[in-house]
Design a protein around this ligand. Structure first.
Ligand SMILES: Nc1ncnc2c1ncn2[C@@H]1O[C@H](COP(=O)(O)OP(=O)(O)O)[C@@H](O)[C@H]1O
Ligand SMILES: [Mg+2]
Length: 267
């Protein structure tokens, strides 16, 4: 399955993506983690040292030139099939694999921020980024989790069509729920209507009915173990609450899969 994580900044997208990926790998699945957020924190949240992070694709001027300007022509449909292996870094498991399970591989690809700051080649880098995202999402028969900047606009219509589920992450606050509703609406307009709302740092209460907010909801409580540890450790894995997070990841994936098959997912 291919799953994207979206929502307002700071709500827990990257953490949730890291938790779900770790659960998958510990239950024997191979997972591609795609960091398409400009904050570039998925690697560190998954326990990679800052100096072990892969170089962001958009900074690989050599690749941008080689693929997009192949043979002196502008190629907006570049060959990228070899790039996941070339760019990815293996990410260690955050805990023990499930009993009797051969753990899967977690691999991280960092896209990086496409800006115009450097001038000139931003659109070329963007074209390569889009082509790579499209390839990973459309042509790879593996688990793919994409940590997005905010909404799904990064993905483009063609790529979105191949995403199986959208996890809209929000805090229990009006501002972040509004962003979540906006993201949900835009994704639904692009045909991605298998969505779940994850209320993170949830302390109770009923969220408002906002047009676009996914109807199926799950919640994650405030994690004291994470709050305590995060001053000194960037990883969100291996927490005292990991059994709870495993249960959540499992329910989330089972529900998205059931909905994808046309059954009604849990509630
Ligand atoms: N349920 C939670 N309880 C406590 N701290 C959390 C929880 N979820 C996320 N955090 C912390 O909140 C901060 C923002 O989370 P992050 O996943 O980076 O958000 P985003 O990717 O949406 O910007 C991080 O420091 C993370 O460790
Ligand atoms: Mg993030």
């Amino acid at each position: 399955m291919k799953i994207a994580f979206a929502g307002k900044g700071g709500v827990g997208k990257t953490s949730l993506c890291a938790w779900v990926a770790d659960w998958l790998a510990r239950s024997g699945k191979n997972v591609w983690l795609v960091d398409a957020d400009t904050a570039l924190s998925l690697g560190q949240a998954s326990g990679l040292d800052a100096d072990a992070l892969p170089e962001p694709l958009v900074l690989r001027g050599d690749l941008v030139r080689e693929r997009i300007h192949e043979g002196g022509f502008l190629n907006l449909n570049p060959e990228v099939g070899d790039l996941p292996e070339e760019l990815a870094v293996d990410v260690p498991l955050g805990g023990e694999p499930l009993p009797g399970v051969e753990p899967g591989r977690k691999r991280l690809i960092v896209m990086g921020a496409v800006t115009n700051a450097g001038g000139g080649c931003a659109c070329d880098a963007n074209a390569l980024l889009k082509a790579l995202l499209a390839h990973i999402v459309m042509d790879r028969d593996e688990w793919v989790l994409v940590d997005l900047e905010a909404g799904v606009e990064h993905l483009g219509r063609g790529t979105v069509a191949h995403v199986d589920g959208l996890v809209v992450v929000s805090e229990p606050s009006m501002r972040s729920l509004r962003t979540g509703a906006e993201v949900g609406r835009m994704a639904a307009d692009l045909g991605l209507d298998n969505q779940v709302l994850v209320l993170n740092r949830y302390t109770g209460g009923e969220p408002p009915q906002l047009d676009g907010l996914p109807e199926w909801r799950m919640s994650v409580p405030v994690l004291d173990g994470l709050a305590e540890r995060q001053m000194t450790d960037a990883s969100v894995l291996g927490l005292p609450e990991s059994a709870l997070l495993d249960g959540l990841a499992r329910a989330l994936l089972d529900g998205l899969a059931a909905r994808e098959r046309g059954e009604t997912g849990g509630n």
